[in-house]
Design a protein around this ligand. Sequence first.
Ligand code: UTP
Length: 259
Amino acid sequence: MTATVAVIPAAGRGTRMRPATRIVPKALVTVVDRPAVQYVVEEAVRGGADEVIMVVDLDAGHLVQQHFLMEGRLPGLEDIKIRVVVQEEPLGLGHAVWEAAEAVRDRSFFCLLADNIVRPGGDVLPALAAASQGNSAVCLRRLTDEFLSKYGVVVPGSDVVDRTLDVIGAVEKPGPEHAPSDLGLIGRYLFTPEIFEVLAKLPPGHGGEIQLTDAIDRLASSGKCRGYVAEEDLLDVGTPRGLVEATWVLGRSQFPDLE
Ligand code: UTP
């Protein structure tokens, strides 16, 4: 199963990137020559999306909209339909995805976190689609202990064969003592519309936020979730260190003579 619509949640507060994000939203922080979220939209298009729904906050919404939709569309993105929906309060990633329900309707969709960029040549959406086998699918990486308290971690339901497996549960930021495995959720997903039914009924979880990981847990525990273990990690521009690394990696791919 694949999808032609992509949801990009970009309404987080971006507190780890202050003061850069006092006025400029995290999604519009520049990486080399374009805002971070433009790399993510370009990836969605390469993955087969012809429609992108961005979830933005009230303050930043019009800036993101202007970047993509003002006259003279961006090269390579001329034919894509771009829509912006507003998450009025940052109630969590799960809530941000739920805000896109009306625009997505009954379609399956890719979900790409706005502050995670793939490394050059590291696209994962086609592999995620292949792994899904008609179900939802999540992109995973093997994490070292220190990251088990920073990411959602899944409960594997089978061995990993050809980088894919059944997923039967998920826990948000469990930490090394409670982690059910070392397989962490890394910001690329393919969901059937069933995720909206789950999100609509989901109570707040870790940190008082509506957690996407909890919705994945519900799907997974009813046998409707697959995992794909990616070869490479994503570049996380949500922290100053990650932004420096992303600038270096993406800059080097444009300017190979940089040392
Ligand atoms: P983060 O966990 O990075 O949170 O969100 P954040 O609020 O953006 O950043 P910090 O922690 O304050 O520095 C992961 C993704 O989920 C989106 C973010 O925009 C980012 O793409 N998100 C998060 C929302 O769209 N809405 C939310 O309520 C929370």
